[in-house]
Design a protein around this ligand. Structure first.
Ligand code: 5AD
Ligand code: SF4
Length: 474
C-alpha cells in the first residue's frame, strides 16, 4: 500500500477508537527511553493517542493506556523496562489498563519472548517500523480484547503526515532520516532501525516552515548519521535536487533561509562522512549553531578499527583542526565508550589524550555494554567490569575538570541565549541555552521574554549551568 493511503487508513482507525472512547475521559501515560529520535517518535505517538481521545497524565496509576517507547542501545534500559513492567502488573489487575510497548527493544526477539513469557499481561508490542499503525493496533486490541504483536523486520517506509504533539512550543526536533548503514561493531541500532532512509527535502522544508509559522525558534535536525542525508540507496536512481537541496549541506543552507527560525542544530554526524561542504555551510549559515556533536567513541586507532568506525585518531584530530580553523568560536561535544573489547590501558590513554587535545564542551560517557547479535558480543578479550568502571571514573574526572575550567572562560562574556521558560530548580528565575547549548539562568519577565533571543552577560559559573544578567533583547 502507498504510504499516503496507509496514513489515510490509520486516520479511519483513529476515528473508530475515538468513537469507542467517546465520553469516557481516558488518560494515557508515556515513558520514553533513549535518544532524541525516540523522543521525536514519542511526540508522534502522543499526537496519535491524543487524537484518539486520551489525555496525558504523569502518573501511570491513573492511566487507561500506558505506552513505553523503548531503547536498547545499552543494557540498563532493559533493566528499567522490566522493572517498570513489574510495577504495572497491579495497575493492570485493578484498572484494566492497556499496556503497549514499542520502540527499538521490541525489534529484538529475545526481548519480546521474555515479555510474552514473564509479562504476559502486556497487550500490544509494536516495533520501530510500525509506529504509524498504532491506531489500528489499539483498535484491534479494544475490539478483540486479544494480545497483539506488530513487529516487522524489513525496513519500514517513510510515513508523512502523522499528527504530532510536541513537548515544547519553542524548540522542535525534525527527523530527516531513519536507520543506519554503518554497523559499528558495538551498536545495535542498524539491526533495530534498519537501513538508511532519507525524507524528501520537500517534506522537511514544509515541516520546518509550518513550525516557523507556529512560532518555533529552534530546530534540531535528527538522524543516526545526518551527513549521509540523501545518500541512501532509496534515492540512488532518482537523483534528487529539490530547490537546490541534494545533500545535508544544501539542506542546512535552505533551512537557514526560513524566516522565523532563529537557531538550527543537528545530531548526530559521523566523523568519516563530515565533508567540507558541511563545514562550509555551518560557517556560512548565521542560524546554524557553532556547536558540533562529533562522536569520538575511542581515541585509539586500534580500538576504532575494532569498532569499525573507519577513521583513525589522527584523522579525527585533523578534522577537528580543520573545523576549528574554518568556524569561528566553534565548540565541540562528543560520545565516548569506555571498555570496548580489546581496549588496553594504552588505548584508553589515547582516548584521554584526544579529550585533552580537543577541549570538549561536554562529553557523554558510556561504559561498553554487550548487545546481542552485534559483532562486539562475540569478540574475545572483553574488558573486566572493574577495569571498565575504573577507566570510566578516570575519564569522568578529566572531563569534569576540563568542563570546570572551560566554564570559567564564560565569565564576563556576552552570550546569545534563547529564552525557554522558568528554571526548573529556581522557578523565580528564567532559563535558556547558549549557542553552545549551556544552560543559563537569569532574572527576567517570563511573558515578554519567552521564545526571544537575548544577550546575557555571564556573571558566575556552576558545574552544570551559568548565571547571567540581561544586556539586550532582540
Ligand atoms: N555500549 C555502550 N555505549 C554504546 N553506545 C552505542 N552502543 C553502545 C554500547 N553497546 C553509545 C555510543 C553512541 C551513543 C548514542 O551510545 O557512544 O554514540
Ligand atoms: Fe550505531 Fe555507528 Fe550507526 Fe551511530 S553510526 S547508530 S554508533 S552503528
Amino acid at each position: 500500500m502507498q504510504t499516503s493511503k496507509e496514513i489515510e487508513v490509520q486516520k479511519q482507525y483513529i476515528e473508530k477508537v475515538k468513537d469507542i472512547n467517546k465520553g469516557k475521559k481516558l488518560k494515557y501515560f508515556i515513558l520514553t527511553m533513549g535518544c532524541q529520535l525516540n523522543e521525536n517518535d514519542s511526540e508522534k505517538l502522543c499526537g496519535l493517542v491524543e487524537q484518539m481521545g486520551y489525555e496525558k497524565t504523569k502518573q501511570y496509576e491513573d492511566a487507561d493506556l500506558v505506552l513505553f517507547n523503548t531503547c536498547c542501545v545499552r543494557e540498563n534500559a532493559e533493566d528499567k523496562l522490566f522493572g517498570k513492567l513489574g510495577e504495572l502488573k497491579r495497575v493492570k489487575e485493578t484498572r484494566g489498563t492497556i499496556i503497549a510497548i514499542g520502540g527499538c527493544m521490541m525489534q529484538e526477539k529475545h526481548i519480546t519472548d521474555k515479555i510474552k513469557e514473564s509479562y504476559s499481561y502486556t497487550d500490544i508490542i509494536f516495533g520501530t517500523h510500525t509506529l504509524h499503525k498504532f491506531p489500528e493496533d489499539l483498535y484491534k486490541t479494544l475490539r478483540d480484547k486479544n494480545k497483539l504483536q506488530d513487529v516487522i523486520d524489513i525496513d519500514g517506509e517513510v510515513y508523512e503526515g502523522l499528527p504530532i504533539k510536541r513537548t515544547s512550543s519553542i524548540k522542535a526536533s525534525v527527523t530527516i532520516m531513519y536507520g543506519c548503514n554503518n554497523f559499528c561493531s558495538y551498536c545495535i541500532v542498524p539491526y533495530v532501525r534498519g537501513r538508511e532512509r532519507s525524507r524528501h527535502p520537500k517534506d522537511i522544508l514544509n515541516e520546518v516552515e509550518q513550525l516557523a509559522k507556529e512560532g518555533y525558534k529552534e530546530i534540531t535536525l535528527l538522524g543516526q548519521n545526518v551527513n549521509s542525508y540523501l545518500k541512501s540507496e532509496q534515492w540512488q536512481d532518482k537523483k534528487i535536487d529539490y530547490k537546490g537541496i541534494n545533500s545535508f549541506a544544501t539542506l542546512l543552507r535552505a533551512i537557514n533561509e526560513i524566516d522565523g527560525i532563529e537557531r538550527i542544530r543537528f545530531v548526530s554526524p559521523h566523523p568519516k562522512d563530515f565533508t567540507d561542504d558541511v563545514i562550509d555551510a555551518i560557517a556560512d549559515c548565521k542560524k546554524v549553531c557553532k556547536l558540533i556533536h562529533l562522536p569520538l567513541q575511542s581515541g585509539s586507532t586500534k580500538t576504532l578499527n575494532t569498532m569499525n568506525r573507519k577513521y583513525t585518531k589522527e584523522q579525527y584530530l585533523n578534522l577537528v583542526d580543520k573545523m576549528k580553523k574554518r568556524i569561528n568560536n566553534l565548540t565541540l561535544t562528543t560520545d565516548i565508550i569506555v571498555g570496548f573489547a580489546g581496549e588496553t590501558e594504552e588505548d584508553f590513554m589515547d582516548t584521554l589524550d584526544v579529550v585533552r587535545k580537543v577541549g570538549y564542551e561536554q562529553v557523554y560517557m558510556f561504559i561498553y555494554s554487550k548487545r546481542v547479535g552485534t559483532p562486539g558480543e562475540k569478540m574475545e578479550n572483553q574488558v573486566p567490569d572493574e577495569v571498565k568502571h575504573e577507566r570510566f571514573n578516570r575519564l569522568k574526572e578529566l572531563v569534569e575538570k576540563s568542563i570546570a575550567e572551560n566554564n570559567k572562560k564564560y565569565i564576563g562574556t556576552t552570550q546569545k541565549v534563547l529564552v525557554e521558560g522558568p528554571s526548573k530548580n529556581s522557578p523565580d528565575l528564567l532559563t535558556g541555552r547558549t549557542e553552545s547549548n549551556k544552560v543559563v539562568i537569569f532574572k527576567g519577565d517570563l511573558s515578554s521574554l519567552k521564545g526571544k533571543l537575548i544577550d546575557l552577560k555571564i556573571v558566575s559559573e556552576h558545574m552544570w549551568y551559568l548565571k547571567g544578567d540581561i544586556m539586550k533583547v532582540y
